[in-house]
Ligand binder design. Structure first.
Ligand code: KG4
Ligand code: ZN
Length: 347
């Protein structure tokens, strides 16, 4: 951890409520002191996140979650130098709960507020455990986004490639649903893939040689037709092999484009981020790639891959360091186009 980088801001509370996780974390003196996550099991029965239920669950848990994060860190609200909160992208109703709570706390205790872009935060989660370095090339793979960025300096992001349709995590979840797995299917597919044969079936590697954007909806359709043709009994008998073959198709595309991006920008540092960066096949292939082309690879440890507030807290600290504070007019944003950190643009 590069404590120098954060020398002016010592203690930051991070609050995350963009989707179905209510989370709070305290970052102080260069380390994460607490990282509390309340997951919402209620959505499982619907096979996906129900926005209204998510907002209500955030509302119910946010106070407890923040109190627990402060308690576990040994800090009081008075000790905080700033309050960082996820501003978007995400579900409007869910974001509003976190944002309103953060504003209330900021007013009551007279603390500065920092709005954090959730996608940026996934990326900067790497700096919780790794040295802060620029420039780097990052691949953000989550339930809502698949995005390749080149980051020259803090919050100066050049978008190299983006999601055209289904994001990587969404592809895992939707394909898993076709295969009869519970939501979210990504972690389960990962587990089953470990004892499967990735060359069992050759699923399409969409747009693997074309540009740096990503498209996974064709793969989903291909799996749907494949399972309809082979029948339920065949799918159940060969589930591990099918999961491994799907994982191979998704990760091959991600790695091919990551490799081209690194070569294009000639970076020495490479990052994975977001929920899908917890995927074991992707982690293995990324580390093989890093060895092959001789670059330094950063991947967050598991707890910082999927949604968490530690990533919001550290990104808040980094933003504070750049003088990027928000105010009580901070508004939530649902879509990635409204990026808060300004400099993001298409290559
Ligand atoms: O970053 P994240 O927690 O939330 C969003 O910002 O979207 O990502 C959640 C996504 C889900 O689609 C989930 O299935 C996927 O990450 N995921 C995985 C794994 N763990 C989580 N996908 C594949 N393998 C995993 N081990
Ligand atoms: Zn996320």
């Amino acid at each position: 951890m590069d404590a120098e980088k954060f020398k002016n801001i010592e203690t930051v509370l991070g609050i995350e409520s963009s989707c179905d996780e209510t989370a709070a974390s305290v970052w102080a003196d260069g380390e994460i002191l607490s990282n509390v996550i309340a997951s919402q099991a209620i959505h499982e029965q619907f096979g996906g996140v129900v926005p209204e239920l998510a907002s209500r669950a955030h509302h119910k848990t946010i106070w407890k979650t923040v109190a627990q994060a402060l308690d576990e860190s040994g800090k009081q609200t008075e000790d905080l130098d700033a309050i960082a909160v996820a501003q978007g992208p995400g579900l409007m109703g869910s974001l509003l709960v976190g944002l309103s709570f953060a504003k209330g706390l900021a007013i009551s205790y007279n603390k500065p507020l920092i709005g954090v872009n959730h996608i940026d935060a996934h990326l900067y989660a790497n700096f919780i455990e790794h040295e802060v370095v620029y420039p780097f090339t990052g691949l953000i793979v989550s339930g809502g986004h698949t995005r390749l960025v080149h980051v020259k300096q803090p919050f100066d992001h050049e978008v190299l490639g983006d999601t055209r349709d289904d994001a990587a995590g969404e592809a895992f979840d939707k394909i898993g649903k076709i295969l009869g797995l519970p939501y979210p299917a990504g972690p389960e597919m990962d587990k089953l893939s470990k004892s499967g044969d990735p060359s069992f079936h050759d699923f399409p590697r969409s747009m693997i040689r074309k540009g740096l954007d990503f498209s996974f909806s064709g793969l989903k359709t291909s799996v749907l037709y494949y399972t309809q043709e082979k029948g339920e009994e065949f799918v159940a008998r060969n589930l591990n092999d099918i999961c491994a073959s799907v994982s191979a198709a998704i990760t091959d595309v991600l790695i091919a484009k990551l490799k081209r991006s690194v070569k294009k920008r000639k970076t020495e540092h490479l990052m994975l981020a977001g929920g899908v960066s917890a995927n074991s096949m992707l982690r293995e292939k990324a580390s093989a790639l890093a060895g092959e082309i001789g670059v330094n690879l950063m991947i967050p440890s598991m707890q910082y891959c999927t949604d968490n507030a530690a990533m919001i807290a550290i990104t808040g600290a980094l933003k504070a360091r750049e003088g990027e504070f928000g105010d009580l007019n901070l508004k939530p944003f649902a879509r990635v186009q409204n990026i808060a950190s300004g400099a993001t643009k298409k290559a």
